[in-house]
Ligand binder design. Sequence first.
Ligand SMILES: Nc1nc2c(c(=O)[nH]1)N[C@H]1C(S)=C(S)[C@@H](COP(=O)(O)O)O[C@H]1N2
Ligand SMILES: [Mo]
Length: 306
Amino acid sequence: MFIHRRRGWELPESLATPEPIMLGRRALMGGVAAGLAAGATASKAEAETNSRYPAGRPVTPEQDATTYNNFYEFGEDKSIWRAAQRLPVAPWQIELAGMIDKPRKMDLADLLKQVQVEDRVYRHRCVEAWAMTVPWTGFSLASLLKVAQPTASAKYVVFESAALPKVMPGLRSSLYPWPYVEACTMQEAGNDLAFMVTGMYGKDLPKQNGAPLRLHLPWKYGFKSGKSIVKISFTDTQPETMWHAIQPEEYGFWANVNPDVPHPRWSQASERLLGTGERVPTVIWNGYGEWVAGMYADKKNEKLFT
Ligand SMILES: Nc1nc2c(c(=O)[nH]1)N[C@H]1C(S)=C(S)[C@@H](COP(=O)(O)O)O[C@H]1N2
Ligand SMILES: [Mo]
């Protein structure tokens, strides 16, 4: 455990990881050593750090990333973190459905046994022009596809979030066609950047951030990445998604980050960093173009950036 196999193209961790996280990691390693001595299995702390995709920005203070949220099921403002504590997250089942060999329900715990959990520091860019940089824990969406075994005709992956009226006051608002549904293509889902998140800042994912399982597609606006996912299905037709159903002009299917394509109601040229409040220029594909732009070379006629 904690053997970090660093390949030639990987940055030393000290370059990719800011000091507070480094300190956290050292503390974590101490914990692992103690756990070993006690014969415990510290599965979370075994996650390796994937530094293939350097974040290039300081990590956002945990306090800010966990108290300024978008989770409309719990309310329309940013301060839903307290309300979200009512979400029951264990045990958690995920339904795998649609065009796959064996449609079935799985316990998240069983799924986690079949994938490689790792840490990745990613930038997150909300369509509302705020951004954060978060050390996530999780596994590649590609590895989940291997478990799900979609058929050759599947073209889209659809992610459905939990909809529990008893604990989610936002569901009372009929403005929104619940449940929260988002989707991407099979090709996007197979990109190594596409990440299923189970933790952040070295801890279990907080409920307000989408526990126990959320998606992160870091080159797209944040709304594409659903929280508290209960169903993943495969289809050959482009599915309707929640935000698109309400405001198709504002929330398109692709929603890739681009400073030069304004939202109909505001500019996307810059973004505000949670924590410092600093304004920084937005980067096309949120800075991940090297790994994703190629997927869109044959889609120039699509509205790739709204
Ligand atoms: N189920 C669900 N998923 C969601 C949302 C939501 O309201 N409900 N908001 C999205 C938006 S707009 C963003 S920016 C991110 C916010 O994630 P965070 O609160 O962890 O920063 O979650 C996305 N996923
Ligand atoms: Mo967002």
